[in-house]
Design a protein around this ligand. Structure first.
Ligand code: KIV
Ligand code: NA
Length: 265
């Protein structure tokens, strides 16, 4: 295998090869995802939801993201590891954004960062890129703005918001971002954005007209049986399978079936 770089992703787009991306938050899961051949591993701030049980992505801290990211990096040999800059660590000013991104790069060993927003964070994106830190953009339903949106429904259905999204995507490309995530927007708009950019557009709930797809690993493995948006395809029903297996273990302990003669010293 060859290590995936930001350059390889742009090359994949130009050759029409779709990009696969999944989240991971710990060493063991990252090793599995990397071994399976996924191109990009996102240490998402969705860790706030799936790892810590928060209702939103807002509470997760920079230190917590660095802990997750450093664990992931130790499990990865091939994939590009992208780390979310968490809420509150880059919106105030470009210097703070750079300090936060530098901490992620130095302390976790991640290969790139992801930030939510377009024009509003232009100066911060520039600052990071000038410092040599690759930036992935994120537009559409950006969960760090959930209290502004008020709900998790599809974004950019109206012309004004769709136009701003396309402008923001082009701005991010012109600034030098290596890719953009589009979350929960109409498929036709996402396709138009992908066709307008030379950098890859990775979709989640953005249809098949983009250059790659990303999902939260706990969702696609069916570990979370309470979350069923239309865009989610479940490849396993791990919540059920694990509950059954763990229930069997507990029953075996209680019945003294486990451990048996061979399972002891
Ligand atoms: O945090 C995350 O998991 C994400 C993806 C859903 C794009 O940002
Ligand atoms: Na995120």
């Amino acid at each position: 295998y060859k290590r995936i770089t930001t350059k390889s992703l742009i090359e994949m787009k130009s050759q029409g090869e779709k990009i696969s991306m999944l989240t991971a938050y710990d060493f063991t899961m990252a090793k599995i995802v990397d071994t399976a051949g996924v191109d990009v591993i996102l240490v998402g701030d969705s860790a706030s939801n799936v790892m810590a049980g928060h209702e939103t992505t807002l509470p997760i801290t920079l230190d917590q993201m660095i802990y997750h990211a450093s664990s992931v990096v130790r499990g990865v040999e091939r994939a590009l590891v992208v780390v979310d800059l968490p809420f509150g660590t880059y919106q105030s000013d470009p210097k703070e954004a750079l300090r936060s991104a530098i901490r992620i790069m130095k302390e976790s060993g991640g290969h790139a960062v992801k930030m939510e927003g377009g024009k509003e964070i232009k100066d911060s994106v520039k600052k990071l890129l000038h410092a040599g830190i690759p930036v992935m953009g994120h537009l559409g339903l950006t969960p760090q703005s959930i209290y502004k949106f008020g709900s998790y429904t599809v974004r950019a259905k109206e012309d004004a918001e769709a136009e701003k999204l396309l402008e923001d995507a082009m701005l991010l490309e012109n600034l030098g971002c290596f890719a953009v995530v589009l979350e929960k927007i109409p498929a036709a708009l996402a396709k138009k954005v992908a066709e307008s950019l030379t950098i890859p557009v990775i979709g989640i709930g953005a249809g098949g007209g983009v250059d790659g797809q990303v999902l939260v690993i706990h969702d696609m493995l069916g570990m979370n049986n309470e979350f069923s948006p239309r865009f989610l395809r479940r490849y396993l029903n791990l919540f059920e399978d694990m509950t059954t297996a763990i229930g069997q273990y507990s029953a075996d302990v209680k019945s003294s079936d486990f451990p048996n003669e061979k399972e002891q010293y």
